[in-house]
Design a protein around this ligand. Structure first.
Ligand code: AMP
Length: 508
């Protein structure tokens, strides 16, 4: 029975426990194996980065950045936490020093706050000698505290809401453009978004993603990346996998912007029939209207112009080639003209994969081409495409279709009795573990019946019975717990027997 404790995991986060973690490990090992066969190497970027990196890469107006990031000021350790009022002069000078050294943000807002705080301090500092103050002095003190409060006394950092931005940052930082192109990287790890928790939606969730950076934008690259995800899902036996693809053109006047203009005009005509969110998006981001899941908007959206009919010649050719390349690879897909990404640097190929058993949160993977992103972050013009898989949802879907993890049993439980036998038991445990068997060695002596009961509860396959007699005779008893049969072995024979059982694959 679960125990109500004083401390609990924060809403939207959770503990992953055995045996479920066995399934997580299996999923991650499979990703490493499959991605490795496609020539991808692992990158492990940090979990927090400057907030501005995500602001640029994900987009300041997106929900992710505007509402859902876990952001904090990494306050300089050189500043007193709670300066007393008489110490504020020294505090302001310390802030100024850090500002000059570039250790806190050198921006207009900090500069102004420091200047004003200095002025206010010089207006009130004598008060602390004379003891008497007027109303104006109190106002000055109040202002002084407000200026200090408005200072940003450290770097503005955020827990990463996604990892593409970090991978691109690392590509630039480590001069990866000098390596043979393209550079193929994958990552596995936690992401953080302050979303409303529900099934398949968490505030700390895990993504498995990959990026191909540099080189060309050959359609074969898009197709191979998609082929790789599908191979991974296939290897896991994920049920009901469906791949949707689309092309959203690129950002030249004769391509996506012309389409967005046309879409806007058509949306204006039906504005009255749309909900409030969609009405707002006509102005802010008309493409996002196509994302709408509202029942009554569906027939209206169905009549809107489709981007595939408005792609420039090059983008249309690229899209046709991606489809052909998917065909060559035997990847089954469905075209979905409503699959869009709202940010400018996303272009051409977009895709999304859904799986069974996930209800409304059924997207397990989203991806697309983002040729402008590295440049936007200050790097050279660089082609890029990638995807992110929601690992939590992937696991949920596997569990729903009966592919959950079996509890981790033990190969051998050592039931020892007597001091003499204990030394032999330690020795046997060491040899068996070195040979790769999982072994449970009880730390204290148990009565024989109790030991067998424990062995059973732990899902052990065998109990190795070691009493003083067995040890002095050099003949050890191995009991098969499923049927109660027993056999006697010398220690070398025992190892040989267990190896044979393993090779014959009775239990992996
Ligand atoms: P995105 O980075 O938003 O394109 O998301 C890629 C994938 O990550 C989605 O298809 C989901 O499977 C997964 N995902 C996104 N947000 C969450 C969340 N809050 N909880 C669990 N999985 C998520």
């Amino acid at each position: 029975m679960a125990h109500k404790s004083k401390f609990q995991a924060i809403r939207g986060t959770r503990d992953l426990l055995p045996p479920e973690t066995g399934l997580w490990n299996h999923v991650e090992e499979t990703a490493r194996k499959v991605f490795g066969t496609f020539g991808f190497g692992e990158i492990r970027p940090p979990i927090f980065e400057p907030s501005e990196l995500f602001g640029r890469a994900v987009g300041g107006e997106t929900d992710i950045v505007a509402k859902e990031m876990y952001t904090f000021i990494d306050r300089s350790e050189k500043l007193a936490r709670h300066p007393r009022i008489g110490e504020l002069g020294a505090f302001i000078q310390a802030v100024k020093k850090l500002y000059d050294a570039g250790e806190i943000p050198r921006d207009a807002s900090n500069q102004l706050a420091i200047e004003h705080a200095e002025a206010k301090w010089s207006a009130v500092e004598n008060l602390f000698l004379e003891k008497e103050g007027t109303k104006a002095d109190f106002e000055n003190i109040y202002d002084l505290l407000a200026y200090i409060d408005s200072m940003q006394l450290g770097s503005n950092l955020s827990l990463r809401p996604e990892a593409t931005a970090s991978v691109c940052r690392a590509y630039i930082e480590h001069g990866m453009a000098q390596l043979p192109q393209p550079v193929k990287l994958y990552y596995i790890g936690p992401m953080f978004r302050r979303e409303r928790p529900q099934k398949g939606r968490y505030r700390q969730f895990y993504q498995i993603g990959a990026e191909v950076l540099g080189g060309s934008d050959a359609p074969a690259i898009d197709a191979e990346v998609i082929e790789m995800v599908m191979r991974f899902f296939d290897r896991l036996g994920l049920a009901g996998v469906e791949l949707d693809i689309n092309s959203i053109g690129h950002n030249a006047p004769d391509c996506r912007p012309a389409y967005v203009q046309k879409l806007k005009i058509e949306l204006e005509k039906v504005k009255d029939k749309l909900g409030a969110d969609s009405q707002r998006r006509i102005e802010t981001n008309p493409l996002r209207v196509l994302d709408s899941k509202l029942e009554h908007e569906q027939p209206i959206i169905a009549t809107l112009p489709r981007i595939a009919d408005h792609l420039c010649e090059e983008c249309a050719a690229h899209y046709a080639a991606v489809r052909r390349q998917l065909g060559l690879r035997g990847v089954i897909y469905k075209e979905n003209w409503r699959l869009v990404r709202g940010l400018d640097y996303y272009m051409r190929t977009t895709f999304e994969i859904t799986a069974k058993g996930l209800g409304s949160q059924n997207a397990v993977c989203g991806g697309g081409r983002y040729d402008g992103l590295v440049e936007l972050l200050g790097g050279p013009p660089t082609k890029g495409i990638g995807f992110a898989i929601g690992e939590d949802r992937l696991i949920l879907s596997l569990q729903e279709s009966g592919k959950g993890a079996a509890p981790q049993g033990r190969d051998v439980y050592i039931a020892w009795m007597g001091e003499h036998a204990y030394a032999a038991a330690i020795h046997a445990a060491k040899d068996l573990r070195n040979a790769g068997f999982s072994v449970e060695l009880p730390p204290t002596e148990l009565k024989f019946g109790k030991a067998l009961e424990r062995a059973d509860k732990l899902g052990s396959r065998y109990a190795l019975i070691l009493g003083d007699n067995e040890v002095s005779e050099g003949s050890w008893t191995l009991k098969t717990l499923a049927d109660g049969t027993q056999e006697k072995f010398t220690e070398p024979e025992l190892l040989e027997f267990l190896e044979n059982v393993r090779v014959s694959g009775v239990r992996s």
